[in-house]
Design a protein around this ligand. Sequence first.
Ligand SMILES: [Zn+2]
Length: 373
Amino acid sequence: MLMAYNEQQQIFLPYQYSREALQRYRRQMKFYCPQCQQPVQLKIGKYNIPHFAHIANNSCVQLFAEGESKLHLQGKVQLFEWLRKLGHTVKLEPYLQKFSQRPDMLLIKEQKQIAIEFQCSTISHEKWLLRTSGYENNSIQPLWLFQTPQRQSTQGIQKISISPIMQKMIIATARGLAYLVTYDANTSSFIYWTNLLYVHGHTFIGKVQELTIHKQHFPFYEPKSISKEEFLLYWQLYKKHCKQFVYQRLLHSKNGVQDSFLRSCYELRFALTALPDYVGVPVKDAEAIPMFSIEWQTILHHFCRRLQLAPHELNEGNIRSFLIQQNVELTNQTVQAIKNYVMVLAKSYKENDCFPDICEQVYAHLFAIATIY
Ligand SMILES: [Zn+2]
């Protein structure tokens, strides 16, 4: 921990002093844990940021947070100093006695309290939920900021794998653009994954952008939408993923003709090495359907063929029976995903299964005129 009380019950922040001064204070003063009130040791290493640690055999809950990494201590100091310089009222590691939680920082803004947690290590879903609801039940807004995963260091448009716990940190702009902000304490910069497009499993496509801490504001800057030209790159990456999916499916399918995806391809006379562009189309709400888009969309075309309907002629009842047939849970979101897909198809359809503007329509649907849909 970065703070403790001295004998006068004043907050003491060792990182603000030189090592020489701290060595003197260590001889002259005693320090106490704000949570359990027991004496704590001042640690002044050469490598780590000066901090406090409990004396062994102590039963303080705070002990669980110890063994804090250098990166965690470093990030906390950077974020705390940054918020202070911006003129915010912010407390470092305050102990919230009422519900025994100790956020990394507590910011008070227009009578609103925001608990900031800078998370460097992995955290279980249960622990995250427990701490989040602890704040929410006490009218404190939690803000989780994860240390940027190391593998994600380059900027630009790319495939991004996002762990389930980090997927919970995805937020949206007023216009509905999904994004995720992490903080890299190694480089003192915020890493944005913006314009996130869900692909499949933990895979997304996004634009990685970096903002150094000195340029950041609080609340954080919101990202802008990608351009049509940038979306072309998304489209190419998405289609590449579709190809890989079909290839893997062919390799591993054990169901043979019983595989409804492969059978639909066959009956629709689709060449597996060159599936048409209008199947495998990213649409909003598709993450609610536990199948990859190219799979359910191909089966949907086969379903339409049997009903002798064009996709945009499907009514609500047809859509529901399609989902039931595919063992997909009937929810507003799964129905909406299908509606979104047939709407994109209807808008780009010319004649004879020809969809010349499909990429443009998908861009409009996902990013450009988000509020119209
Ligand atoms: Zn303690």
